[in-house]
Design a protein. Structure first.
Length: 244
């Protein structure tokens, strides 16, 4: 069942500004499994961490860049899609993905590498432009479709960072400076916390930042205090391989 709720859009999902194309995410569509080497707890040990690069075998029918620099691509979802949508409040119209139903089609496809994010804006349904539609118009049109699959064209502002979670495949659009723990919660990543001050290391994760297709060395981070860094196109978050 398609889960929807016409609630006011939260502050963290306000209208986005426009910067350069997220080149790294484009490159990742056909990426195979990649590996990084991380220093272990001492100089003698090295830990090989397999970074999350799920097979992009999901049905992607379009991938374009708008003149504004925003990335648009189309994805197909079987019905019921299991998306949770909200309408943006304010002068700019639009309907956004704000969550997935836990056991819905969208959540299952996210785990297989589907290229859509919490925070994506819906700009077309079955190739019918809908960027300026209200929530009610979007829902009426989706319900009226008789096809087994629905094609959604999604728009992703380029000033946001795509944060990808190996834990469940969920992707979230975040702003530089956002607390990483908040982004983890949006993605429903099962990360344990204890001190909430970055001291105990209970929540430690591995973060790999990518810019223009180039991955930086992996870092150990503590989401309770770590923030989304400036200058990254994508972040891959993986469970830590060490005990703190």
């Amino acid at each position: 069942m398609l889960n929807v709720r016409p609630l006011p859009l939260r502050n963290e999902m306000r209208p986005f500004s426009k910067l350069a194309l997220v080149a790294a995410l484009l490159a990742s569509l056909n990426a195979s499994l990649a590996f990084w080497i991380l220093p272990g707890s001492n100089s003698q040990s090295m830990t090989r961490v397999k970074a999350w690069k799920s097979s992009r075998s999901v049905m992607l029918s379009m991938l374009t860049t708008e003149p504004s620099g925003e990335k648009r691509r189309a994805v197909r979802l079987p019905k019921p899609m299991g998306l949770i949508l909200e309408e943006m409040e304010g002068s700019e119209p639009g309907v956004y993905i704000v969550d997935y139903a836990t056991d819905g089609a969208a959540a299952k496809m996210a785990g297989k590498g589907a290229d859509f994010c919490i925070g994506d804006r819906l700009v077309a349904i079955q190739s019918e432009p809908c960027a300026d539609w209200t929530f009610e118009q979007v829902m009426d049109y989706i319900i009226s479709q008789t096809a087994d699959e629905i094609e959604l064209t999604l728009e992703q502002p380029s000033d946001r960072v795509v944060v990808r979670f190996a834990h469940n495949g969920i992707q979230v659009l975040a702003s530089p400076g956002d607390v990483l723990g908040f982004v983890c919660n949006q993605a429903k990543a099962k990360i344990p916390y204890k001190c909430q001050e970055g001291a105990c290391g209970t929540c430690e994760q591995i973060m790999v930042a990518t810019k223009d297709g180039e991955a930086s060395p992996p870092q150990y981070v503590r989401p309770c205090v770590a923030r989304v860094p400036e200058g990254a196109d994508t972040l891959d978050i993986l469970p830590s391989d060490r005990m703190c």
